[in-house]
Structure formats: C-alpha cells, structure tokens
Design a protein around this ligand. Sequence first.
Ligand SMILES: [Fe+2]
Ligand SMILES: [Fe+2]
Length: 303
Amino acid sequence: MHHSFDFGAILAASNRASWQIEDVLPDEATLDFGRNFLPEALARTAVAGGLSSDEQRLLNQIRGHEYLSMFGMVEEFILPFVLDHARPQLDGDDERVRALLQFAGEEAKHIHLFRLFHRRFTDGFSTSCDVIGPPEAIAAHVLAHDPLSVALLILHVEWMTQSHYLDSVRDDGGLDPLFKSLLRHHWMEEAQHAKLDTLMVEALAEGRDQAAIDIAVDGYLALGGFLDDGLKSQAALNLTALERASGRSLPAKERAALIASQHQALRWTYIGSGMTHPKFAATLAAIAPAAAQRVAAIAPAFC
Ligand SMILES: [Fe+2]
Ligand SMILES: [Fe+2]
C-alpha cells in the first residue's frame, strides 16, 4: 500500500483543523483590489503580453473570481457524491461514517464560504465577470459517470488544492491577505479530503478487474476533456470581463493570443496541477498501472 490513511486518524485531524466561516471572513473584512488574488504560478497574468500592469492585476483578480466560481462548481458535485458514497454503509464502521459525513459537511461549508467571498468580490469589483455553468448542469453531467471515474476526478481536485497552497500561495507575500486566508483555510480541510478520497477510490476499485478499472480511468479522462472545453470558454469570458473592467477593447490578434495563453494557465490550475500530483499519480498507479502511464503521458499538455 502506498499510504497509511485510516478513518480514525483522518477524523481526529479533521476535528483539529476545523474552522468557522466567521474566522475566515469577518463581517468587516474587505478584499484589497490594489493587490493580486492568485499567485503568478496559477494566474500567469504578469506574463500576459500587451497588457499594462493595471490590466494584468485586473486579469489576476478576474482569475480570482473564476477560482471562487470553479470551486463553488466542483464542490457542488463533490457534496452529493460523498453523501451517496456514505449512505449504503451508515450502519458500518463508526469512524468511517463520521469521517465521510464530516467531509460532506465541510464541503457544504466551503460552498457557502466561496459564495460569500464571491459576493464580497462583486461588491468591490467595478464591473461584472461571467462564468461557465450553470453549476447544477455541470454537476449532473459529472455525476452521470461511473462513480470510480468521478472519485478519481475528486481525488485530483483535492490534491490539486494542496499543491496550489503549498507550492505557490503560502510563500507569496504580495497577495490580498483575505483571499490568501481563504486559500489557507481551504487547504487545511482539504488535506483530510484528499486522504478520504484515496480511501473512496480504493473502495470503488475493489473487486473490479483491470479492464473495468481502465474503463473508469477513461471516464476520468473524458471528464478532464469536458472540463478542458469549459476552461477554454472560461478563458474567453475572462478576457471579455477584462475589457469591460479596463474599458479597452483588445486588438483581435492580441486577444486571440491572450485567450490561448490564459487557456493554458487555466489548464495548469485545474487539470495539470492535479493530474501530475505525486499522491494522485501513486493512487492511480496502485489501481491501474498501465492507465497511470497513459495519464502521465497526456499530462504535459495541461501544464
Ligand atoms: Fe472544499
Ligand atoms: Fe474537498
């Protein structure tokens, strides 16, 4: 086994890490629109060609708005998925039941917190920003897939939030402190989710032959393709939001180049950083060694 996760230890860690919404977002707190919201490693806005520094910061904040919306969206399908996974075994292991219900409760809290942050953003940002969706339709599409495919996608998302915080947010002193605190608190609870998801993936793979597991990995890759189409649309929506906020229309050639480079930045943020996470790769390799190599070969396109 490539890990030593167990429900009792995860439950204890979850109790220690737990926080309240008002700890993260006090009533009087406001976002500082003079600062960036996302680290450059994810936003890639400081290298966005043809933009002034003010426009780069605006685009960075629009990426922050997108981040709030994307997490609101993925947690919309994680919550029912975890509840469905817990439901058939409510009379089973007590620590398993409690850990999974706590996982679901934390995701409901995260949806709430991301929504409140979204409101704080729209209160302070001068113009509107559009996002792909609606979340209910995206959740319905995702949840129509094989549960093991969905569990792999969720595992990818949970480890992805770990790498976002540890690799690029934690040591970035230039970010808006409130947004940074959101990412830190999210990271604290997601650390337990990543472990629970590993156990969910293993439970769902148990008893399946290799062919059935490989089909589920294909489902995970199909969901990645679905997500990628959405990210391409989102990159274009972000550029429209930038033009609205800055009051300047971008020349067609510059706009097309920016959409392409920002699409790649979104790919890294939501696909590559999860797909290449060593813990995700290790779990995948443990249940589907050949498929894991296939995923590793595809991953550079999303980095
Ligand atoms: Fe979350
Ligand atoms: Fe989570």
